[in-house]
Write a protein that binds this ligand. Structure first.
Ligand SMILES: Cc1cc2nc3c(=O)[nH]c(=O)nc-3n(C[C@H](O)[C@H](O)[C@H](O)COP(=O)(O)O)c2cc1C
Length: 187
């Protein structure tokens, strides 16, 4: 598949088949993440792959946390409408969850976050090319410390996650801003 085709065909997938993903394919995808450029070539990422009970435990932690936070009066007043529970349900349905941790380094947060973005997009595009579906997830943020603790990685900070599996939906492209509305040619 051409790069352009993968860029155009990638979608956020939120419905997955109950079919496991071969370890070789997961390694191939992680390797494409590893090959991404990074600020100062720091490669600030570390991947933990979880499935079955541990994966579902993480989803349950997200749901429990949302429930607790929803109870606060302040959240009720502002009509807090969280996307966390739907995301947690996707995590349960997808057979694989890739957790992307960031090396803790307070002096280089923006550079590292940009680098991780490049890494995750590489993985999502490769997954598309392999006929797999992904959902890039930030909703793990509220329980990031708990997840790190659960996986014995207190020295790292959870940046984001990617649900991975064979897609059970083929969404049409989501809307994008027009190029003319986001570009200025300065002469
Ligand atoms: C950094 C990042 C974080 C995201 N976090 C979530 C998430 O936690 N839950 C979710 O359902 N979608 C999440 N998404 C998916 C976006 O909602 C999705 O990319 C956007 O709506 C465009 O749809 P598309 O990916 O199909 O083009 C995230 C995407 C990015 C890039």
């Amino acid at each position: 598949m051409e790069t352009l085709q993968a860029i155009k065909e990638r979608r956020s997938i939120r419905a997955f088949k109950q079919e496991d993903v071969n370890k070789g394919l997961i390694e191939d995808i992680l390797n494409c993440g590893r090959l991404a450029p990074s600020a100062k070539n720091k490669q600030p990422w570390f991947f933990v792959i979880v499935k079955d009970d541990v994966k579902n435990k993480i989803a349950d932690m997200m749901i429990e946390d949302t429930y607790k936070r929803n109870l606060s009066e302040e959240k009720k007043k502002i009509g807090f409408n969280s996307s966390v529970n739907p995301t947690a349900n996707v995590i349960k349905e997808a057979p694989i969850l890739i957790l992307i941790f960031r090396e803790k380094n307070d002096n280089w947060i923006v550079g590292d976050n940009l680098s991780i973005g490049a890494c995750v997009e590489n993985m999502c595009l490769r997954a598309t090319e392999l006929g797999l579906g992904t959902l890039w997830i930030r909703d793990t943020v509220y329980v990031a410390e708990d997840i790190a603790k659960l996986l014995n990685h207190n020295e790292l900070e959870l940046n984001c996650a990617v649900s991975l599996g064979y897609p059970n939906q083929f969404p049409t492209a989501r809307p994008r801003k027009k190029l003319e509305d986001i570009v200025e040619w300065y002469n």
